[in-house]
Design a protein around this ligand. Structure first.
Ligand SMILES: Cc1ncc(COP(=O)(O)O)c(C=O)c1O
Length: 461
């Protein structure tokens, strides 16, 4: 008989955790499924490996130096950090320096490290603005840190005055996580909103802007007046203002625009004293030597050119989805913005006769006509399940998130993938909303729906 008892030995908050449900748990990457669920880069890595083929299956790694793998990797990554800083610095400036940077195993490591740096288990909390990326909550739970929710406004902008009020009244909040462009909202937060939070007169905490998708957003005066950056595509990133504020952190990743989700390389621009803490807390060799070599290659001018080309292809397909999705009977509005490599759109529980519609919005009817479709979680889940189960097209159900009733999220795919997606979702909706009452009744009567909706909501991506 051993004295060990897992139930009383492990931390109670860890015992309560459910195993992660990730994008690839349910539908594998088998070369047949069309995976539009995890906001990956459908056009492949923005990595110029010279003659080696990267996006096929037989790429040789001649360019990768493996002779030093018997040694531990560089714990400081100065060369890589210089290149990442260069990308976000404006032309001719070098305000961001390697001492402002933390690099981690994806930006997920930065999310967790910030919580461990600033939040005391059982005492502190962090503020999030739902609907938002699920990992902030997961990391908070792992660290036994509370969550304070200040939902986004109905148009998915942050409710800055409410955030500032809550920060005034709750001194346990050490971190605010804002996602820009938001996941799943695809909407970018203007610099003015960020500066209003940073101007809070009494709050002793850190504002974190998660810019995982910023490279798909376009600059305009409303978002930022910052000078042009060295990046070939010049995104409206807030990283350049990090050195002007003692409590602003801006995260980024190579997983999205650079098409390197499999590499696991994320970063956080911080005021130097905060970067020092994060770098002191991390495992010494968190970035492997091959990861570092490939990330450095991803920063070469030819790789950046390749990444830029893929971003432009994604934007073309995004514009196509924005144009074509709302024309499909049973699709409601595209809610949120159009500034990421995904879109959030409503599935309706019915369609009106097309002649009934005003203004192209199938939910707005001329007076006296029959009720048109409303956004419906039951129908959204049914569409999601049919698309994935019978058509091999995997999107993500987001209907349980705040303000996302009836919503699915679709990652922008390649031209061919978007063509298949548009055809299949049209067919699935025609089946569900067609004259066959039997199918509609089935959708409504499926007793296990609610449980499955909740399960789908727990998928992190
Ligand atoms: C908003 C947001 N932040 C961070 C991440 C994680 O990125 P990484 O792959 O760098 O860990 C994701 C991944 O989907 C995301 O959507």
């Amino acid at each position: 008989m051993v004295a060990f008892d897992l139930e009383t030995c492990a931390r109670p908050n860890i015992l309560k955790l459910q195993p992660y449900r990730c994008a690839r748990d349910d539908y594998e990457d088998n070369g047949i499924n069309i995976l539009l669920d995890a906001n990956e880069n459908a056009y492949g890595p923005g990595l110029d490996m010279g003659s080696a083929v990267v996006n096929g299956h037989n790429n040789d790694l001649a360019d990768l130096n493996v002779s030093g793998l018997n040694r531990y990797p560089d714990p400081h990554q100065i060369e890589l950090k210089k290149l990442i800083c260069h990308l976000r610095n404006s032309e001719g400036s070098s305000d961001l320096q390697p001492e402002n940077l933390f690099v981690g195993v994806g930006s997920d490591e930065a999310i967790d490290s910030l919580i461990r740096t600033f939040c005391e288990p059982g005492k502190s909390s962090l503020l999030i603005c739902p609907p938002t990326y699920g990992m902030y909550k997961v990391s908070a739970c792992i660290n036994d840190v509370g969550i304070v929710n200040v939902p986004l406004n109905p148009d998915f902008t942050p409710d800055v005055s409410r955030i500032n009020d809550v920060l005034s009244s709750n001194s346990s909040i050490k971190l605010v996580y804002l996602c820009s462009p938001g996941n799943p909202t695809a909407k970018t937060i203007p610099q003015s909103a960020i500066e209003q939070i940073l101007a809070h007169p009494t709050w002793n905490g850190v504002l974190v802007i998660d810019e995982a998708y910023i490279d798909f957003a376009t600059r305009n005066q409303e978002l930022t007046s910052l000078p042009k950056s060295n990046s070939p595509w010049d995104p409206p990133s807030m990283a350049p203002i990090v050195p002007c504020h003692p409590n602003l952190v801006v995260m980024g990743t190579l997983s999205k625009a650079h098409g390197l989700a499999g590499l696991r390389l994320g970063f956080a621009f911080c005021p130097a004293p905060i970067a020092r803490l994060l770098n002191a807390l991390k495992a010494p060799y968190n970035i492997s030597n091959p990861t570092s070599q490939l990330a450095i290659k991803a920063m070469s001018p030819s790789s950046l050119e390749l990444a830029h080309k893929k971003i432009k292809q994604i934007v073309v397909q995004r514009n196509r989805l924005v144009r074509e999705l709302p024309n499909i009977p049973g699709i409601g509005r595209i809610v949120g913005g159009t500034e990421a490599n995904f879109l959030l759109y409503e599935i309706l529980d019915g369609v009106s006769d097309q002649s009934d519609c005003n203004s192209g919005d199938p939910r707005v009817l001329k007076s006296g006509s029959k009720k048109a479709g409303q956004p419906s979680n039951s129908y959204a889940l049914a569409v999601y399940e049919q698309l994935a189960g019978s058509k091999g097209v995997v999107v993500r159900f987001r209907g349980k998130e705040h303000g996302c009733e009836g919503c699915l999220r679709v990652t922008v795919g390649t031209e061919e993938e978007v063509t298949v997606f548009l055809k299949e979702i049209k067919d699935v909706l025609a089946d569900l909303l067609g004259p066959d009452k039997h199918i509609q009744d089935q959708v409504r009567q499926d007793a296990a729906q609610d449980q499955r909706q909740r399960e789908e909501s727990n998928v992190i991506a």
